[in-house]
Design a protein around this ligand. Sequence first.
Ligand code: 2HA
Ligand code: ZN
Length: 269
Amino acid sequence: MKDILNARFTVEMIRTVTNMYAHGWDERNGGNVSLLLDAAELEDYGLVKTLRTIPMGFSAPSLAGKAFMVTGTGKYFKNVQYDPELNLGIIRIARNGCDAELLWGYSDGGKFTSELPAHLMSHVSRLAADPKNRVIMHCHPNNILAMSFVHKLDEREFTRSLWRMCTECMVVFPDGVSVLPWMLCGTNEIGIATAEKMRANRLTVWAQHGIYGAGRDLDETFGLIETVEKAAEIYMKIAHLPVLNTIRDDELRLIAKHFGVTPRDGYLD
Ligand code: 2HA
Ligand code: ZN
């Protein structure tokens, strides 16, 4: 029997949340990550039996039978590497679409992140857009948060400001960022609103809270957030200074053409 602690996806999850903590994106119990797994592969690790059934409080019928590794509620990213089985869990969505079947983890009797609605509903949106999507990631990067206080929350304007901050931005997130106004977190409502945004692109800023990213693997998703956070950092460094130079729209178009990416429709003048 293979050991789940040595599984490639477990090792990558531990490395990723450890790195997120090291970047200062996940103070205390901040942030949460979910990773879509191959349910059949879990049999190799002996993970077939339901240890506990945990109601989710919402319904995601299209995910029935799918398995996810999800960070635990109230758990600190900095501690995951020292006790993965306590701080992480693997759940399979039950046939009724409303319950989570715990296959591994949350060993203190805990459960998945309070943001499970936003995660699973966003998985549904992203899988519809890209069947290879596997990751939803949420965290609280300083500069994205700061920018959400001083920049208009119009998502076209927000995206354009970010694109102009570093040449690479257009290459990394040509689909732009969506922005949600402040909302109460941990609710089905913010989950529905986030998933609605995630139909169009892979990044959603939660004003005065943080960001959601989606991607095909943990590295790609981390890199998306890392790039937005870098752009937001430059923005915060220059926002109060007279700006003498910028990247113009025709130059943004040139970057997109050169790197073969399509900018979000209507976002360039
Ligand atoms: O889990 O980040 O949004 C802590 C959070 C809630
Ligand atoms: Zn949060």
